[in-house]
Design a protein around this ligand. Structure first.
Ligand code: ATP
Ligand code: MG
Ligand code: MG
Ligand code: MG
Length: 467
């Protein structure tokens, strides 16, 4: 049965309320009193202190739908069916209260009874050594052993340095052969989009002293996380996260403005999905008080906005437009996040100013590039010039190469990468934050996405006329 995203959120939260959980609103995307994290990336992240016992939770059972940003997933956004830099994470939490038996049984009840998901499409993974979980899933809950998968530490053991940690279990939804990679050994945990990981249930039952010594916790915890958009994607039977009802409306708005329809061209579809994702993440980030800057969270925001603007250009649309999409993002989300509407003017203005200033620098970059080519009658653009275009004018190397190749001019890419590497090292020395690191490499170098999708402006009929 078709269920809208907003309704799914409500079903989850009220289900766990019926199991004695206190419903809390989403915390801000900006972590409070926590320097270990740039932006909130999971439902449990803002509740760490409840888990460690440093702060007493308002109740031992809590349920939330948490706004999340995951910049390390950026290269997969628009490419896989299941990753966004922005998403909402549904979760139920036990702070030293219930444990494995209840957490697994309720997850299964929610999927098979409340949502009536077909059991034959569900698969459950466990951590390879977690025989206790295997027994519960197969004997108490009745999952077929053929639908159970044991995975290693990387996928199914949750740990973050020292402190509480433990094995986890995940529920996957099989979307069928046609969504998969087609390889004979395609399986649960495969990188492709056939088996979609929907729900992760973490059994935090050990304390890691930091030296790899694991002591069982007297009061183990439960922390679960389920991507709301992923859940909606499988429930609505759509191809990817961006076709989920409320998200799709945002993409439609982008199509309306740019005149590019979804489903007509694979490369343009990637751009439409990327823009849809990035306008969501940026609207929410600004809503939570992040402002564009050259470091930290502000840099993440700036990068996302520029990347979205760049994809607008890939669609052949040169003017600022993201600020016009913002209204739709707010409209689609205001029932759950009414604060967005209050901040609408502010958010729109920040996006517009940032977008217009980027358009200006990129136009200057085009002029500079044309100037070098006209003046020097060169066969190879130096790595230094390519770097300057990238660094000063936000001019991606792929774009430089693509345009010049039409005029029979090469780019000294090796030298460019050398310079980029030196700069990365300098920035790395300057800021050591893990999340920021994921961004340093591409201050506007989009080689990250180029591998899989950059089709050049030529494909989009703007060709060297862009100059
Ligand atoms: P994946 O392996 O698919 O990247 P994950 O194991 O990194 O997912 P978790 O850290 O276990 O994800 O997060 C819990 C849940 O949050 C996932 O099961 C998924 O439903 C959702 N989720 C995680 N990352 C994303 C993302 N980038 N976009 C949308 N939903 C996500
Ligand atoms: Mg992941
Ligand atoms: Mg995973
Ligand atoms: Mg997981």
């Amino acid at each position: 049965e078709w269920t809208g995203l907003n309704e799914l959120r409500e079903k989850f939260l009220s289900f766990f309320e019926s199991k004695g959980h206190l419903r809390l609103p989403s915390f801000s995307l900006v972590p409070k009193d926590d320097n270990s994290l740039l932006l909130i990336n999971s439902g449990m992240a803002p509740m760490k202190k409840y888990f460690t016992g440093e702060v007493t939770p308002p109740r031992k059972r809590v349920t939330t739908c948490q706004k999340c940003i995951r910049t390390p997933d950026i290269e997969r956004v628009g490419i896989t069916a299941r990753h966004g830099t922005y998403f909402e994470m549904l979760g139920n939490f036990s702070f030293g209260d219930y444990f494995k038996h209840e957490a697994t049984a309720w997850a299964w009840e929610f999927f098979t009874k409340v949502l009536e998901m077909p059991v034959d499409k569900l698969y459950v993974s466990i951590y390879e050594n977690d025989d206790e979980a295997y027994k519960i899933w197969t004997e108490e809950i009745g999952v077929e052993p053929s639908h159970m998968v044991r995975l290693g530490k990387e996928d199914n053991f949750w740990e973050h340095g020292s402190g509480p940690c433990g094995p986890c279990s995940e529920i996957y939804f099989d979307r069928g052969d046609e969504k998969g990679c087609g390889k004979p050994d395609c399986h649960v945990g495969c990188e492709c989009d056939r088996f979609v990981e929907v729900w992760n249930i973490v059994f935090s039952q050990f304390e890691n002293d930091g030296n790899g010594n694991y002591t069982p916790l007297a009061h183990p915890n439960i922390d679960t996380g389920m991507g709301l958009e992923r859940l909606a994607c499988v429930m609505q039977g759509v191809d990817n996260l961006f076709l989920v009802d409320t998200v799709q409306n945002i993409m439609k708005k982008i199509s309306e403005i740019t005149g590019v329809n979804y489903g007509e061209d694979d490369k343009k579809d990637i751009s439409l999905r990327v823009i849809t994702d990035h306008i969501r993440s940026t609207t929410f980030m600004i809503g939570d008080g992040v402002l564009p800057s050259n470091e930290g969270k502000g840099y993440v925001l700036r990068r996302l906005l520029r990347r979205a603007a760049r994809h607008g250009r890939l669609l052949g649309y040169k003017d600022a437009f993201l600020y016009k999409v913002c209204e739709t993002v707010i409209k689609e989300n205001e029932s759950a996040y009414p604060e967005l509407r209050e901040k609408q003017d502010f958010i729109t203005k920040i996006i517009r100013v940032e977008e217009e200033s980027f358009q200006k620098t990129i136009d200057q970059g085009f002029k500079l590039l044309q100037g070098i080519v006209d003046d020097q009658d060169i066969k190879v653009l130096s790595g230094e010039d390519a770097f300057k275009l990238n660094d000063t004018y936000g001019f991606p190397i792929d774009l430089t190469r693509e345009i010049l190749s039409e005029q029979g001019i090469d780019v000294d890419v090796d030298r460019f990468h050398e310079l980029l590497k030196e700069q990365k090292q300098r920035s790395r020395d300057a800021r050591k934050k893990e999340d920021t690191d994921a961004w340093i490499s591409d201050s506007t170098d989009l080689s990250d996405i180029a591998k899989t999708e950059f089709c050049g402006y030529t494909d989009l009929n703007t060709g060297s006329k862009v100059l």
